[in-house]
Design a protein around this ligand. Structure first.
Ligand code: DOR
Ligand code: ZN
Length: 425
């Protein structure tokens, strides 16, 4: 292989604090050098006017394989990831069968090695069948390649099971990612509980359904000393509790989705299932709190919760529709708009949230542009004007609130192990 020389870009590598005009040379799949005026026999990628960042990592996606291949596959989901600037994705285990044992983990790893254009680091279940009762085979799943455990889509409701899960995961060096939702409080709900749900006559999911689980888990995380991560955090009180736990030195982290940082319950066109997900879009005040938390450094990662659902399921009447929206291809556009063009955070911080932030949580040897590191690079243009066209989406599913949205800023090229796997035409 001739190698790839990315020239004249603005290289932003939050892990090393680098933010300067430089070149990046990738050879044999690895970063060989980062610096000014690099040369060498390599294919040249002209990145003039563009940002050159470590490859983006999405620590929370649903690729639906095995079991729900009509909605997405590892191949199509990873193509969508590449088109969103992501070089690594972490698929949640709520497949069929659930990824709760090393056979399923190995199946995913094997399928990914054949069909995925980006890296796939699977997440294993916390409990068998994610049923919340018996612990899954964490040790053997870790050996098969899982980066963390989660019953995402469902919470671990039983506090005793959660305590044992934290202790066991700690023994294996695995972070525990919780989908925080008290199912008794959220039962029957279809959107955030508030004035909007009352106005629309829909049953509500109260903020407290998230917050009581966050509160309980923080106590258990402190008691066990385990590494604990809140998935798709969505309320002001949850943020406050996580911030307090962190200030006390607990190994607690959280992620925010593009939709929870940009949309409130009142933004939903009446009964539009492309705005239906779990946790639901919260109040305007919660959205502001989430953005403030990102700016204040309380949030570690932006994660899409890319949740494809087939049209036949998502186009039913609102109450019958499944929860979830796709998000891989629009994540950077939304984040740039809400966080960067608004003046809330500098580009280096935004890049951190997509790269070394999630890499640190999952202890992945990715997310930095150091010599010897994997040749994963995301090239983006923070000012590019483009419009999201679902007809050109790589995802098999169409459930997004951003169809037809004009964005300022987006990915331009995605490079995995030194190979350009996607490029904007
Ligand atoms: O909206 C959601 N969709 N939230 C989840 O936690 C699960 C996901 C899915 O799997 O569809
Ligand atoms: Zn979830």
């Amino acid at each position: 292989m001739p190698g790839l020389l990315i020239k004249h870009g603005r290289v932003i590598d939050p892990a090393s604090g680098r933010d300067e005009r430089a070149d990046v040379l990738i050879r044999d799949g690895l970063i060989e050098a980062v610096g000014q005026g690099l040369d060498g026999s390599a294919e040249v990628f002209d990145a003039r006017g563009l940002v050159v960042a470590p490859g983006f990592i999405d620590m929370h996606v649903h690729l639906r394989e095995p079991g729900f291949e009509h909605a997405e596959t590892i191949e199509t989901g990873c193509r969508a990831a590449a088109a969103g600037g992501f070089t690594s994705v972490c698929p949640m285990p709520n497949t069929s069968p659930v990824n709760d044992n090393p056979t399923v983990t190995s199946y995913i790893v094997e399928r990914a090695s054949r069909h995925a254009v980006v890296n796939v680091f699977p997440i294993g279940a916390i409990t068998k069948d994610s049923a919340g009762e018996t612990l899954a085979e964490m040790g053997s799943m870790k050996r098969a390649g899982v980066a963390a455990v989660s019953d995402d889509g469902r919470p671990v409701m039983n506090a005793r099971v959660m305590r044992r899960a934290l202790e066991t995961a700690k023994a294996f060096g695995l972070p525990v990612i919780q989908h925080c939702e008290d199912l008794n409080l959220s039962a029957g709900g279809d959107m955030h509980e508030g004035v909007e749900s009352t106005r629309l006559g829909l049953r509500g999911i109260p903020s407290s359904s998230e917050e009581v689980i966050v509160a309980r888990d923080l106590l258990l995380a402190e008691y066990t000393g385990a590494q604990y991560h809140v998935a798709h955090i969505s309320t002001r009180r949850s943020i406050e509790m996580v911030a307090q736990a962190r200030s006390r030195g607990l190994a607690v982290t959280c992620e925010v989705t593009p939709h929870h940082m940009s949309l409130a319950d009142e933004d939903m066109p009446p009964y539009d299932s492309n705005y239906k997900m779990r946790p639901p879009l919260r109040s305007r005040g919660d959205v502001a709190a989430v953005v403030d938390a990102i700016a204040a450094g309380v949030v570690d990662a932006i994660a899409t919760d890319h949740a494809p659902h087939a049209g036949s399921e998502k186009m039913q009447e609102y109450e019958r529709c499944p929860f979830g929206i796709i998000g891989l291809e629009t994540a950077l556009g939304v984040a740039l708009q809400v966080l960067y063009h608004s003046g809330r955070i500098p580009l280096t911080r935004l890049v951190e949230l997509f790269t070394v932030g999630p890499a640190r949580i999952l202890k992945l040897d990715r997310g930095r542009l150091a010599p010897g590191a994997a040749g994963d690079v995301t090239v983006f243009d923070p000012d590019l004007e483009w419009t999201y066209d679902l007809d050109k989406s790589f995802s098999k599913s169409r459930n997004t609130p951003w169809e037809g949205t004009a964005f300022r800023g987006g990915p331009v090229a995605t490079i995995v192990d030194g190979v350009v796997v996607w490029r904007r035409d």
